[in-house]
Design a binder for this molecule. Structure first.
Ligand code: UDX
Ligand code: UDX
Length: 473
């Protein structure tokens, strides 16, 4: 099977960058990325590359090279399905908010709708690839929807369509997506149709070593993606749980993480403490895993993984409470500067960002927030901080693109992302700007706290039990 034309349904954080890299590495393949969201497609087609809907380092250069040549963005879903040899389903799969499994199971309505569109409009032989992270056995649902289409066609004596379903989960992390796609640790392909697998492998072989391409059965591939995310999130909850212990005992989390991570069996990646993990995947995928475990009656396994999410929620709450306590138990009317609102540095994505929960808690206590983020827009923050009882949160926060503005007359500043900018702040200026006694809360442990302390600023840095005793308040 030769792949000449690819269609990707879903021009989001996964579909967009992934297709851009495939287009760049495979100039002989035409790629059409389609989305039902017209604004998003217009943004992908924007002449001004600064206005692309997603910020990813290096993405704009690839778009510049490939867009209009072999990479196209369109809302014409039906036509682009009809001409495709291979279709990636890369639509979002949020946690269900109502009905059976609400709060845990993934909402598959978009995947279902995409499969139906494919079954209607595809022609001839088509490989259908799940790119979205999905519950185990979703491929079976997709296969069933596509099978019905085959039968109908036979009854109407039309040319029968043939579908091959594969799973090919994406492991990219936002902020490093382009590098992750160009140099993946592995590419995982699940399926049981050798020709289709070999066609998809053929695409990746254009730039990925063959030894890094792993093939498994469909269910192992689907499950591996959920488990990989659960393991990563588990490490963060583990290290975050230890931050509280360090603070209580006088130990220092960076020393503990370094000593523990030096064991090659453990390794030192993903051991950075923080305000709690965010992003579109970790929480959703773990809750999904919990749901699947319960479905199979594996309640102990479900409880085990649920603990990872519980610790994450606890860390966010714990940090808001510490801020309140340190500011003499009342933050009403006090100005607090927020450094970083995205769920991590180098992205404009705020989905599940710890900043949303922490800012809301502070606003409810009556604080006045001044928020800085280099990539997130005012409109996005406004939508994230919207509440049912909007009145409490309204007009009590401002947004600025000037870091030092947030420090003027502030009682405290809180570092919530690990942006490079926050590592080299001018503490002399900040100290003069702030109201005394002034506080710095570093939830990422990245700030030059010695300099801050030298300038008479009280410091709380996550997991720095040794520091807490040195404050000057
Ligand atoms: C990710 C991953 O794909 C998935 O693995 C994970 O489970 C959730 O989020 P992401 O690319 O980050 O998806 O999501 P998003 O940025 O929301 O993009 C999905 C796009 O699909 C949206 O632009 C949406 O408009 C589009 N979509 C959705 C369609 O084009 N058709 C639909 O029927 C539904
Ligand atoms: C994650 C997975 O890494 C990726 O493989 C998968 O495809 C999608 O989900 P992403 O959510 O984009 O990627 O970012 P990631 O770098 O994993 O960070 C997730 C969250 O964990 C962020 O809030 C980040 O700040 C936090 N984190 C990460 C820590 O707090 N400490 C760490 O050591 C690493």
């Amino acid at each position: 099977m030769k792949i000449k034309n690819i269609c990707c349904i879903g021009a989001g954080y996964v579909g967009g960058p992934t297709m851009a890299v495939i287009a760049d590495k495979c100039p002989n393949i035409q790629i059409n990325v389609v989305d039902i969201n017209e604004q998003r497609i217009n943004d992908w087609n924007n002449y001004d590359l600064k206005k692309l809907p997603i910020y990813e380092p290096g993405l704009d250069e690839i778009i510049k090279r490939c867009r209009g040549k072999n990479l196209h963005f369109s809302t014409d879903v039906e036509f682009n399905i009809s001409i495709a040899d291979l279709i990636f389903i890369s639509v979002n799969t949020p946690t269900k908010t109502q009905g059976h499994g609400a709060g845990q199971a993934s909402d598959l309505k978009w995947v279902d709708a995409s499969a139906r569109k494919i079954s209607q409009h595809a022609t001839g032989e088509t490989i259908v690839v799940e790119k979205s992270t999905l519950p185990v056995k979703t491929a079976e649902t997709i296969k069933n929807i596509l099978k019905v289409s085959n039968k109908k066609n036979k009854i109407n004596s039309l040319d029968p369509k043939k579908f091959y379903v594969l799973s090919n989960p994406e492991f990219l992390a936002e902020g490093t997506a382009i590098n992750d796609l160009i140099n993946p640790d592995r590419v995982l392909i699940g399926g049981d149709e050798p020709n289709a697998i070999s066609a998809l492998c053929g695409i990746y072989k254009n730039w990925v070593e063959e030894s890094k391409i792993i093939t498994t059965n469909l269910w192992s591939s689907e499950l591996s993606k959920l488990i990989a995310n659960a393991f990563l999130a588990q490490r963060i909850s583990s290290i975050n749980s230890v931050t509280a212990l360090c603070e209580a005992t006088g130990a220092n989390i960076s020393e503990v993480a370094m000593a523990v991570g030096s064991d090659s069996r453990i390794g030192n990646n993903f051991l950075k403490p923080g305000p709690g993990f965010g992003g579109s995947c970790f929480k959703k995928d773990i809750l999904n895993l919990v749901y699947i475990c319960k479905h199979y009656g594996l309640n102990e396994v479900a409880d085990y993984w649920k603990g990872v999410v519980n610790i994450n929620n606890w860390q966010k709450k714990r940090i808001s409470q510490i801020i309140n306590e340190k500011l003499f138990g009342t933050i009403a009317g006090k100005k607090i500067g927020i450094l970083g609102f995205a769920f991590k540095a180098n992205t404009n994505d705020t989905r599940e960002s710890a900043a949303i929960t922490i800012c809301k808690e502070l606003l409810i206590e009556g604080a006045k927030l001044s928020i800085f983020d280099e990539r997130v827009s005012y409109e996005q923050i406004k939508s994230d901080l919207k509440d049912k009882e909007d009145s409490i949160l309204k007009n009590t926060w401002t947004f600025t693109k000037d870091i030092y503005e947030i420090t003027k007359n502030a009682d405290a500043i809180i570092v919530l992302t690990e942006s490079e900018k926050f590592k080299s702040l001018d503490w002399e200026v900040i100290s003069e700007n702030m109201r005394s006694p002034s506080w710095l809360f570093d939830t990422r442990g990245i700030v030059d706290i010695k300099k801050a302390m030298k300038n008479n600023i009280n410091v709380w840095s996550v997991g720095s039990g040794d520091l807490i005793k040195k404050n000057i308040y």
